[in-house]
Ligand binder design. Structure first.
Ligand code: SF4
Length: 219
């Protein structure tokens, strides 16, 4: 009875919208998926459980940001990246400790992931590198809270301009493909730690693109 009502409340439809930039948070996604996202292709609705997980993550962000404010180290929070980049995004906070400024990125993780986390995920590192570069700050802190135990871990990330240059080149190429309606090839799934296709909201667009390519080439 209640379960259905709550699930219906969380079964939100999100409209697809075409855009001309990438979000810093999506840079480690499947490139083909990013293509469909930026193109505003039709996507599946997010299921209620995933929506609730996102809301939990948002609450953790709010709580930790507010705690950081109370410690007096925050100089700014929820700061939009300066315009003019191919990437957009919002850093969770900039803190000042001693004479150094740090970009802070807050993450939450399941108890299993948290337990096995000995360093920041590659996707988190790429995201914070974009902020470090564009805010011109040398170091960042990735702060992770376990969703089950509320324990915290933190990882320092140093700015790596060469990594950013590579990332920008990669995404400029992707933007050219988007402008020229050239769908990226299906990625080599063997390189993935898990099957991202299982959770992909653009699976239909991906399948249709593959079919039309097969029809076109007669494969
Ligand atoms: S279904 Fe898989 S390959 Fe296709 S866009 Fe989604 S994640 Fe990428």
């Amino acid at each position: 009875m209640l379960k259905e009502k709550i699930n219906n409340f969380y079964r939100k439809k999100e409209k697809s919208r075409q855009r001309s930039y990438f979000y810093a948070s999506e840079v480690s996604d499947c490139k083909r998926k990013i293509y469909f996202k930026v193109k505003g292709a039709e996507k599946k609705d997010l299921d209620p459980e995933t929506n609730r997980k996102f809301e939990r993550g948002n609450l953790i962000h709010q709580e930790l940001t507010s705690a950081l404010y109370s410690t007096g180290v925050v100089t700014a929070s929820e700061i939009d990246m300066p315009k003019g980049s191919i990437f957009r995004g919002r850093a969770d906070a900039i803190v000042s400790i001693g004479d150094e400024n740090y970009v802070v990125e807050i993450k939450s993780a399941s108890p299993y992931t948290f337990k096995t986390l000995n360093g920041p995920r590659e996707s988190w590192k790429k995201q914070i590198q974009i902020y470090l570069h564009h805010f011109d700050i040398d170091s960042g802190i990735i702060l992770v809270e376990c969703k089950g135990t509320q324990r915290l871990k933190e990882f320092i990330v140093e700015r790596d301009d060469a990594a950013i240059e590579k990332l920008e080149e990669e995404f400029e190429e992707l933007m050219e493909m988007i402008k020229n309606d050239k769908v990226p090839k299906k990625p080599n799934k063997k390189k993935w730690k898990f099957d991202k296709c299982k959770y992909c909201l653009y699976e239909k667009a991906c399948r249709e693109a593959e079919n039309s390519l097969k029809n076109f080439t007669g494969a």
